[in-house]
Each structure stands twice: as C-alpha cells, then as structure tokens.
Write a protein that binds this ligand. Structure first.
Ligand code: ADP
Length: 496
C-alpha cells in the first residue's frame, strides 16, 4: 500500500488530474475538455461551474484509472491557467458572470486609461508586470463597473474575487478557504511582489475593494481539505501555483540561472533569478516563481508568440509536411540551412525585439534552396527566438544560464533540441516526466505534506536525454549574426 499525490491541472481548454506515486512517478491521468465562450470578437469567457465540474470529474476518473484507494492519497496540489478572473457570492458560491479568461481583450481601454493616468511605471515597479489586459486587475475592475451593484456588494463583503486556483479551492473546501498563492497573486496586477502584499495604490487606481481579495499564502502549504463528498475521504490541499510556475518547479529549476522552456504553439520561457526580483530592460515580466516558508523566489518570464504554430503552418498552409514529427528527419537530411532563414513573425515580434509591425519573412533563397532547407529554417527559428528571450534574461539579470530544461510537444524533436543546445552554447535537458506542470504541483504538495524533503525533491527530476552543444563558437556567432540580420528584414513590414 503506497502513498500517492494528486495534481489538479486546470488549463485553458481542459481540466486534467494526474496521480503520482511516492517516488514522483506517473501513475494515471484523465483530462476533460470544456467549452470556450466567445461573446464578441476578442472576448473569451469560461463558465466557472464547467471549470469546477470538469475538474472534479477529471480527479474522480484519474483516481479510478489509477486503481488507488482515495485514502492513500496524501495530498492534492492545484495548478491553473493564470489571470482568469471570477467574482462570486460569498453566501451561495454563485458567480455574478462568467469567468473572464486571460486571453480576453475587453479591458484594453481600461489599461490605456491607467497608462494615461501615469501609472505605467508604478505597475511595472510594484507588480513586475507590463500593464496589459491579460492580467486580472482590469478584468476585476470591469466586472465591478459593469454588473449592477457589484462594487457596493463587494464593499459589503457579499461578493469575493478569485483567480481559478482560488475559485477551485473555495469550491473544493466547501467555501472554507478563500486563498491564493503568491504566484497567482503576482499575475493580478494588484499584488506588490516586493512587499508580498496587495497594493493599496493599485487597488485605489482600479477602484477595487480590498475586502473582496483572497488571503495570499505560500505555494506549498496546507490550506484546507477536499470535502468528503468528492472522494469519500477528506484530503489536504497542500499546494497552489500558476501553471508556468509549477512547470518551473516540476523541471527542478531550484537554483538561480536554471531555466525551462515549454515548446508548444508558442514558447513559454522562465528563468529562476533567486531571492531578488530583477527589473527587465527588455520588457520581460518579473514574477514570483514560488513562495516557500514565507520566502519568495523570483523568475523572469518571456514568451515566443509563434513556435510550434510555425510547424503547423508548414503542414496546413504550405503543405510542405504531413506531420509535425517528420520535420526532424527532413531537417537532418541537409547538412545545414543553406543560408535560408525564416522569421515566423506572423503576428509581430515579442521580446526582445518588440515590433508589432514585423511580419513573416524568408531570406537567403538561392536556386539550390529546397523544401528541406525551408523546413530546417523553420525549426531553427524556434531555437533562435528562444535564444533571443533567454539572452534578454541573461542580460537583464547578469546571471549565467546553467542549463535549459525543456517540455511541450515540439521538445520531442531531437533536431530542434540539438540545435537549441548549439545556439545557446548550453546543455538542453529533456526530462523523463514531461507532464512538468502537474508534476510541479504534486511536488509542491508532497513537500507540504511531509512526503518529500529538499533532497528527495531534487531526485524526482530525471533526464531522458541531454543535448550538449557541439557547434564551434565561431559558427554559432555567425549563425546568430545571420539570424539578427534576417530579423531586421522582417521588421516594420506591416503598414497601419
Ligand atoms: P499546446 O499545449 O500549445 O497546444 P503542445 O505542447 O501540445 O502545444 O505542442 C503542440 C505543438 O508542437 C504544435 O504546434 C506542433 O506543431 C508542435 N509539435 C509537436 N510535435 C512536434 C515535433 N515532433 N516537432 C516539431 N514540432 C512539433
């Protein structure tokens, strides 16, 4: 009879639950998709009831598949889509409207107003974020502005706010815990990451009653128990963390200079910068990586807009490939890129270039350039763009990058991972367990439940494959120079 940890991974399109054993090995999982609601162009909502029901069902199914007795589950960890905003009645649990999802752009005018009022730098300094409609603050402001009597009822203590972690824990504990962890709080644009407290100046600027906000707790801490109704036994909820933060932890990036990159549709890059928050000169986001025993660890975060999506483009629009996986072989069939560079700036360029008018470009075509070169250039572009973001992080922090740990669909591409190591001049490591988000939540929960100490936590992460840089430094510099020239060609193309 072993001991187990359950992770709830509440994502943007599906709710997943994963059971891990006492060694941190995967036992079983179940995922349930739920509907996306698009009331208007650019607006995105979720039904909180569907979030909750799908998450509970996923947990029950995962437990059933695992064959584990629920009373052997020591603890549950929660990880979640970040920034998505819910307001509900304290007395009944009834939301006043659907959840406003992180992707929703409806509050862009409210952000513009904050910037016009001169709050841009205040927001940057205090929250570590770049003022944007993604974050929860203006979404909450919008709900209070729009729903009848909402602000008054919030002031009276009738309505409360939470991101998805908060809402799930509130529901799972039957309304006993109204909490969020420091990582999720750091995505609200209302939380002072230096002081680790809700920021009164920002609350005033967005006209948000402090009373409706959850208590901010550590990422690894018992906050309550799952109601007995759900699995027949009470189980402690012992961790909460935003999905990217959980993934950084699940990748075992415990030391400053360790970074992870998730290669999905886009890339999500986070680097541990240790006990001090680093101000970015490259418009990267400063965030709480996790908070343990009251002590925050910070991270820099950046993203690549188009990564795996460029491979989908090769397949669906260019019809150059049939499957994403075959790009590995096609790219390896030529000795080099033949001087071809592809910049997939389909929606502009993010960090560190920041050019919304950039557009996709292929340069260096010659009579001998063929399909394999273009496929290879597309894969290489994912590595170059990731290097651009990591380079900015190294630049901002002055911290040497020790290694990159990788996950996400495109991290299965060996050519891409080798090229990433070559272009970074650093080791790229792919773990055995690629469910790093769920694993991170489980690790944080197992820590609080006393199952794993720091030594044990370090050993949970195991490499599947390590890619060591093989490209000579001179060649790397030449390739990076060529990439930068290609990026220059892509810039300022679109006219408005
Ligand atoms: P998301 O969570 O963003 O949907 P996933 O982590 O599931 O993404 O990864 C899917 C993305 O990775 C797709 O864009 C796909 O084109 C790309 N991808 C998947 N497998 C490979 C591969 N072997 N080589 C290159 N790209 C891949």
């Amino acid at each position: 009879m072993g001991k187990y940890i359950a992770a709830l991974d509440q994502g943007t399109t599906s709710s997943r639950a994963v059971i891990f054993d006492e060694k941190g090995a995967f036992v079983a999982s179940h995922a349930i998709e739920f509907p996306q609601i698009y009331p208007k162009p650019g607006w995105v909502e979720h039904d909180p009831e569907q979030i909750y029901q799908s998450q509970v069902k996923a947990l029950k199914m995962a437990v059933q598949k695992s064959g584990v007795n629920a009373k052997d589950i020591l603890a549950v960890g929660v990880t979640n889509q970040r920034e998505t905003t819910i307001v509900w009645e304290k007395a009944t649990g009834k939301p006043v409207m659907n959840a406003i999802v992180w992707q929703c752009r409806r509050t862009a005018p409210l952000v513009e107003r904050l910037k016009k009022d001169g709050l841009g730098n205040t927001i940057r300094d205090r929250t570590g974020l770049i003022p944007d409609a993604y974050f929860s603050g203006t979404k909450l402001q919008w709900i209070l502005d729009t729903i009848d009597d909402a602000r008054k009822r919030a002031e009276n203590g009738e309505l409360i706010f939470g991101t998805v972690d908060t809402y799930l824990v509130w529901r799972l504990t039957n309304g006993k815990a109204h909490v969020t962890d420091a990582t999720n709080a750091s995505r609200t644009m209302l939380f002072n990451i230096r002081e680790q407290a809700w920021d009164d100046v920002l609350l005033r600027a967005m006209n948000i009653p402090k009373r409706m906000l959850p208590e901010v707790v550590d990422s690894s801490q018992i906050v309550g128990v799952i109601d007995k109704e759900i699995l027949g036994v009470e189980i402690p909820i012992a961790a909460m963390a935003g999905d990217q933060h959980a993934a950084l932890y699940g990748q075992g990036c415990f030391v400053p200079g360790m970074a992870k990159n998730t290669y999905g549709t886009g890339c999500f890059v986070l680097m541990n910068t240790g006990a001090r928050p680093v101000n970015s000169r490259n418009n990267l986001v400063t965030t709480v990586a996790w908070r343990l025993d009251g002590k925050p660890t910070y991270a820099l975060e950046g993203s690549v807009f188009v990564a795996g999506a460029a491979i989908q483009w090769l397949r669906d629009e260019m019809k150059m490939i049939e499957t994403a996986a075959e790009t590995n072989e096609i790219a390896s069939s030529v000795p080099d890129n033949g001087g071809v560079y592809l910049v997939p700036a389909f929606t502009g360029l993010g960090a560190p270039h920041w050019d919304m008018y950039a557009r996709g470009t292929i340069v260096g075509l010659t009579r001998g350039a063929g399909r394999a070169h273009v496929v290879r250039a597309t894969l290489e572009s994912i590595a170059y763009q990731s290097e651009d973001v990591l380079g900015a992080m190294i630049n901002d922090s002055g911290i040497r990058m020790e290694m990159l740990r990788v996950d996400g669909g495109a991290s299965n591409n060996d050519f891409l991972m080798q090229y990433q190591a070559d272009i970074l001049g650093a080791n790229v490591m792919r773990p055995q367990v690629t469910e790093t988000t769920a694993l991170g939540a489980a690790m944080l929960a197992g820590r609080a439940a006393g199952l794993w100490d720091d030594g044990a936590l370090k050993n949970i992460w195991q490499p599947e494959k390590c890619f060591k840089p093989q490209m000579p430094a001179l060649e790397r510099e030449k390739q990076l120079r060529q990439w930068k020239r290609a990026v220059e060609k892509a810039k300022s193309w679109a006219e408005e």
